[in-house]
Write a protein that binds this ligand. Structure first.
Ligand code: 26Q
Length: 814
């Protein structure tokens, strides 16, 4: 793709000019932030032409459009990624070099757009990248949170949350689109009217509060193909006309309320990951962006088509988990009330246009809204859900006569709650899990009744990641090496070509080069750690990395208990040889998740003790990287030797970090959970380190009991020792109570939770054994290089390009 705007002289002129018009300065006077703005505006100008062209093409060719509906888009920085996808990164880097400007430093000025928590939000971002790269017409639909995922500081070993004011200096890539604003109504009551002339019943919402939804568009640049799609995220503004009217009536209060509603609704992303909190504001956020997105999608369709009945031929709405599920009822509302369709007509369109992806089987993550809250906030939508439920239960009773158990289990409205997953399944034309094992568990257990009733809806779409960000941008050395070895750049859009690297596993020179690149990346990370944590780590040590949200099921506690065990071993047997290791953690805990925060503190306390113990000669280091986020993740994956994927089997739906490590040549140390199963299948069991209970074993214990952590505590002295060290003050300056809760949760049942419900002690020994295998394998330089290289070579399946193509072929039928 050739773009004259990126010719060096032209680009240099653009940047210089932007500095002048934006800041009334000459280039040499500009600071880095100003340079970031100037460069970004120059890049945006180049994007705009393609953006307009893409829009024209869509208008002309009239393809079916995917609307990816998601509460979260964890985009990460845009500048570098846009340059990569415009295939202009190197040119621009050189142009800036000639001006004496370092592109990397400029990129570092961009705040991470962090409108997501973790896996689910990042998946949405990878999907947008792949959709554009594959040339499909797609919109991401979401919320322009004023504050994204909090910034994490570590103070005295504890997590402290700081607001993420990501829009402070404005965002060069965004475009406000006031012409597409939509009114969104909440609360009030529904008045039923009969229209004598048409004989129709009308449902009028009255006494409601409303806000104006105003969209902001972000360009999503496809790789090297000129396609630029749109991420459309909604801001809320008070409705000015209403406000004036209220003032005139002296209803000052009402005017202020509207102002407040607008401000609070998009104020902040809920920082819960895999955990449902039934907050009214959250439901407002959901309805807010869903209603606005649907209204606009229907408008867009009607602008160039006359038959609303065929909407599903030109639009499909993919719901990213249950969070946007209110979409099915809102679409019904639009069709029934605004377009005056009959129920059956509206239902046919809706059930052919909406599809649902499930991302979790964790019970505490399931969305169930209290009916009183739901019906008060969304009275008309609630009426529609009642009718959907009523009609659905007639079907259930037809199919299972006399089986009221089924009715109870499958109802959408039950026990005073609206069950969003049930609504999504009943109204969706597709239900998919995100890894093979996960989908099987859904079919056999969690959603069994639904699967039996409508098996045709269920399908699997194993997750994937974009190699553009996580190899090209994050690991340019390895990316160049891959291109050289394969003799082509085609892997950038066809990751299956990576298999062509397999032969280099047997090639001494190639292996040495591969490990040299890994070493350079480790040096880069070591430098970052020194600058940000003040800890010196040795790039020759094994970099063993666990980075992901902090959650009990992900078992960071197992990892740190094992570090404590290793430390005990080194102290006890100073004579034994021990390969130096650096254990690297990065994790944010939800602000209200007390136990997760205790685990962060524990990791930092162990780090404090171990890193400062001169007697162990630096054999063991522990690092907690502050504020783990997309931008430092790219660097961390590139530098990892070992990928920790150690969730309790059956709990991690897929995982996607596991794929990013694999792509960057880090073997998996993990359980047979989520997509790990498929990773092992691709790379071979001998090129991974697998341990622990299987998902069947875990689910069996959960169902029938029979696991007693005390037994392990009593019989395994190494386990007993580390568990006791939680309460003997070793890692708490003598305080025996600081980690009492962690100790208790491993050993004692409560009325709410079983002891060690994530099977940490149960899996400890096999984890420690697997870790020993890692050390042994690493000592064999050739063997390790081969294993690492094969991980990169076998990662082809895990591109989000493959995942998206499967969504297109099997679900969306674009
Ligand atoms: C729900 C209600 C109220 C507030 C917050 C939430 C909420 C927010 C985020 C519930 C769940 C999430 C995030 C879930 C998530 O990230 N799941 C992960 O999705 C990945 C992509 O499919 C998988 O790889 C991970 O295994 C899965 O944990």
């Amino acid at each position: 793709m050739y773009n004259p705007r990126f010719e060096k002289e032209a680009f240099k002129k653009d940047v210089t000019n932007n500095i002048k018009t934006l800041f009334r300065k000459e280039l040499h006077e500009a600071n880095l932030q100003e340079l970031y703005q100037a460069v970004s505006y120059a890049v945006k100008e180049a994007i705009i032409d393609d953006w307009i062209e893409t829009q024209k093409k869509i208008d002309k060719e009239d393809p079916k459009i995917v609307y990816y509906m998601s509460m979260e888009f964890l985009m990460g920085r845009a500048l570098g990624n846009n340059l990569i996808n415009m295939t202009a990164y190197k040119e621009v880097k050189e142009a800036l070099d000639e001006l004496g400007i370092d592109l990397n430093m400029v990129e570092d000025q961009e705040p991470d757009p962090a409108l997501g928590n973790g896996g689910l939000g990042r998946l949405a971002a990878c999907f947008l990248d792949s959709l554009a790269t594959l040339g499909y017409a797609a919109y991401g639909c979401g919320i322009r949170y004023r504050y994204g995922m909090f910034k994490q500081k570590i103070k005295d070993g504890y997590q402290v949350e700081k607001p993420d004011n990501w829009l402070k200096y404005g965002n060069p890539f965004e475009l406000r689109r006031p012409e597409y604003a939509k009114e969104i109504r909440f609360g009030g009551n529904i008045r039923v009217e009969y229209d004598d002339t048409t004989g129709k019943t009308l449902f009028k919402q009255e006494n409601y509060e409303s806000v104006l939804a105003v969209p902001y568009d972000y360009p999503i640049v496809g790789y090297g193909n000129g396609q630029v799609n749109t991420l459309r995220i909604w801001d809320a503004e008070p409705i000015v006309d209403f406000q004036l009217e209220s003032f005139e009536r002296g209803d000052y209060h009402k005017a202020v309320e509207q102002q407040n509603l607008a401000k609070t609704i998009v104020e902040v992303l809920y920082p819960n990951d895999n955990h449902y909190a039934g907050k009214e504001l959250r439901l407002k956020q959901q309805y807010f962006f869903v209603s606005a997105s649907l209204q606009l999608a229907v408008d867009k369709y009607m602008k160039s088509h006359d038959d609303i009945h065929k909407l599903y031929e030109k639009a499909t709405f993919q719901m990213n988990d249950t969070h946007p599920t209110v979409a099915v009822a809102e679409l019904m509302r639009i069709l029934l009330d605004d377009y005056q369709l009959e129920w059956n007509e509206a239902w046919e369109i809706t059930t052919k246009a909406c599809a649902y992806t499930n991302h979790t089987i964790m019970a505490e993550a399931l969305e169930k809204w209290p009916i009183d809250l739901f019906s008060r906030l969304l009275p008309r939508v609630y009426q529609i859900i009642q009718e959907i439920d009523r009609r659905f239960l007639i079907k259930v009773r037809e199919m299972y006569p006399g089986n009221e158990e089924k009715v109870k289990k499958m109802a959408i409205l039950r026990d005073g709650q609206v069950k969003m997953a049930h609504l999504a399944i009943v109204a969706g034309y597709s239900v998919n899990g995100v890894a093979r094992l996960h989908t099987e568990i859904l079919k056999k257990r969690e959603l069994r009744d639904f699967y039996e009733m409508m098996p045709e809806k269920f399908n699997n779409k194993t997750n994937g990641i974009t190699q553009r960000r996580f190899l090209m941008h994050g690991n340019p050395l390895l990316a160049d090496w891959v291109t050289e070895k394969l003799g082509t750049k085609d892997w950038i859009t066809d990751l299956s070509l990576m298999s062509g690297l397999k032969k280099y596993a047997e090639d001494d020179v190639a292996r040495a080069e591969f490990m040299e690149i890994k070493f350079k990346n480790k040096e880069r990370l070591a430098k970052y750690i020194l600058e940000h944590n003040g800890i010196e780590v040795d790039p020759r040590s094994i970099f063993d990395v666990q980075v992901k949200r902090l959650h009990e099921y992900k078992r960071q506690l197992l990892n740190i208990l094992h570090v404590m065990y290793l430390y005990n071993q080194i102290k006890q047997h100073p004579e034994k040889s021990f390969y130096p290791r650096t254990f690297i953690f990065g994790a944010k805990a939800s602000a209200g998740y007390v136990r997760a925060k205790e685990i962060i503190k524990l990791i930092n306390s162990v780090a404090e003790v171990v890193n400062n113990d001169r007697s162990i000669n630096g054999k063991l280091k522990v690092v907690f990287i502050e504020d783990y986020r997309v931008s430092n993740a790219e660097m961390i994956f590139a530098a990892a030797d070992v990928s920790e994927q150690i969730s309790t089997a059956s709990k991690e739906a897929s995982g996607t970090g596991n794929m990013k490590f694999m792509l960057n040549g880090a073997p998996t140390l993990g359980t047979m959970d989520g997509a790990n199963v498929e990773i092992v299948e691709e790379v071979g069991r001998e090129n991974a380190f697998i341990f622990g209970l299987s998902s069947d074993e875990v689910m069996n214990y959960e169902k029938h009991g029979g696991y007693d952590p005390y037994e392990i505590y009593n019989n395994d002295p190494d386990v007993r020792r580390v568990v006791d060290q939680l309460v003997d003050g070793t890692y708490a300056d003598g305080d025996t109570e600081r980690y009492r809760d962690l100790y208790n949760c491993l050993l004692k049942s409560t009325p709410y939770d079983k002891a060690d419900m994530y099977f940490i002690l149960k899996d400890f020994r096999s984890y420690a054994d697997a870790q020993e295998q890692v050390e042994k394998a690493y000592r064999n330089k050739d063997g390790w290089a081969k294993m690492a290289l094969l991980n990169t070579a076998c990662c082809g399946k895990f591109s989000s390009d493959r995942t998206i193509q499967e969504y297109v072929d099997d679900i969306w039928k674009l």
